[in-house]
Design a protein around this ligand. Structure first.
Ligand code: SF4
Ligand code: SF4
Length: 412
């Protein structure tokens, strides 16, 4: 019996008691809690505590130290663990490296398995969509309508249409993620424009499926495993050397799955691909002559899933690329790395909390006097755009992949 089989055996014997044992990799996370010295730094930096107060969200330390020990506490804390946006700030500031976002995921997984009645109803709806379509959104029923919506977006943004490339073998897999596949189609199209412009040997999937992050965040490990297995098979069959994404969550999720499931294939955000594989010089010479756009003053939002779950270097890549685009002035916001409130599936069931979290961002964006906010994630774009709009702000919001693609000369 190998380790996984032994784990499943023990798990089944404990099922009646509503107990799930910890797998060896989960034990590392749980043991990290023992290092806590109660310094309180995580509480003072948690954006949810700052936004709604400890009466509504008791905070990261309480989740780690008091609520992560045994099943009765898991059940009694259900209303707290679903309010964590998974931003990773607590882990970043913790002097003892306590992995609270992962503790949250472990607790959610146990609640999902033994007390699904405590999981917010909207997450059950999301799960049904995921298990039926292998996507986080119901796909468009009418493909023609979907294409019309895409074409209207491209026209409004001045982006050309590049035919989908679906190959049998390619160096790069362009993985747009569910949001850009079914909702923010302009981001998927902009990534194609960029890769096409630099003659990258890439393909899209003929049947796009979710990276599994929403399943992981709601605690549905079974669906997460199914989705990860599907993707691994697709990536291997296509002979892919690098997966390129346009979404912060997909980047962190696919990097993690690739490492855990030994894909041997890195997953990177398109900004990283541009900076590291294409090179700033090539981007500079490609965009130098671009005179179509008038000068624009931008500020940047850095998605948590890129800077805290992947690498802070991506912020530098974003700034390096932006600063060499003609006519672009960049002013950094004081809250550039503050959570947009859209993570951890919080907006699905507690939109008031998500809105309270993004407020700090709104105020800092206004202070920069920028005309436009850019961010390399379609989910952050949607979250910030809708909240800025409601405040009556005139600041426009663009996904950074779109912003870059717009400034490339049209290929003939
Ligand atoms: S991950 Fe973010 S929201 Fe969740 S407890 Fe930590 S700091 Fe708070
Ligand atoms: S920052 Fe780390 S050590 Fe300090 S209270 Fe939070 S979990 Fe404990």
């Amino acid at each position: 019996m190998n380790e996984d089989e032994a784990f499943e055996y023990v798990k089944n014997t404990l099922r009646k008691e509503k107990i799930t044992p910890y797998h060896s990799h989960e034990l590392e996370v749980v043991k990290s809690v023992e290092r806590c010295i109660n310094c309180g730094l995580c509480i003072s930096h948690c954006p949810v505590v700052a936004a709604v107060g400890v009466d509504r969200f008791s905070g990261p330390r309480s989740i780690a130290v008091e609520l992560s020990r045994s099943p009765p506490e898991f059940w009694s804390t259900a209303d707290v663990v679903y309010l964590c946006t998974g931003c990773g700030t607590c882990r970043e500031v913790c002097p003892k490296n306590v992995d609270i976002p992962e503790v949250v995921n472990l607790i959610r997984a146990r609640i999902f398995e033994h007390r699904p009645d405590l999981v917010p109803k909207s997450l059950h709806v999301l799960r049904e969509v995921l298990t039926e379509y292998y996507l986080a959104f119901e796909p468009w029923e009418d493909k023609e309508e979907k294409n019309e919506s895409r074409d209207m977006r491209l026209e409004r943004l001045g982006l050309p249409f590049v035919q989908d490339k679906i190959l049998d073998k390619a160096e790069v897999l362009l993985y747009p993620g569910c949001q850009a596949e079914e909702r923010a189609q302009e981001v998927r199209e902009a990534a194609k424009v960029i890769l096409d412009h630099f003659d990258v040997d890439y393909t899209l999937l003929d049947d796009m499926s979710c990276c599994g992050l929403p399943s992981r965040l709601m605690g549905d490990h079974e669906t997460e495993r199914v989705l990860a297995k599907q993707l691994k098979e697709k990536v291997k069959k296509l002979g892919i050397k690098t997966v390129v994404t346009t979404c912060a969550g997909c980047t962190s999720s696919l990097s993690d799955i690739s490492y855990r499931n030994e894909w041997g294939v890195p997953a990177v955000h398109i900004l990283e691909f541009l900076a590291e594989e294409i090179g700033l010089e090539k981007i500079d010479s490609a965009t130098k002559g671009s005179t179509e756009f008038s000068d624009v003053h931008v500020t940047v939002h850095d998605p948590c899933h890129l800077i805290r779950h992947t690498s802070r270097q991506i912020t530098d890549f974003a700034l390096d690329i932006l600063r060499q685009l003609p006519g672009v002035k960049v002013t950094e916001s004081e809250a550039n790395d503050s959570c947009c409130g859209g993570g951890g599936l919080v907006s699905y069931h507690s939109d008031d909390v998500a809105k309270a979290v993004v407020k700090e961002n709104m105020e800092a964006i206004q202070k920069t006097s920028a005309d436009r906010l850019v961010t390399p994630c379609p989910l952050c774009t949607a979250q910030i755009e809708s909240n800025l709009f409601k405040t009556g702000s005139s600041v426009e919001v663009d996904d950074l992949t779109v912003f870059i693609a717009q400034r490339l000369p049209k290929k003939r």
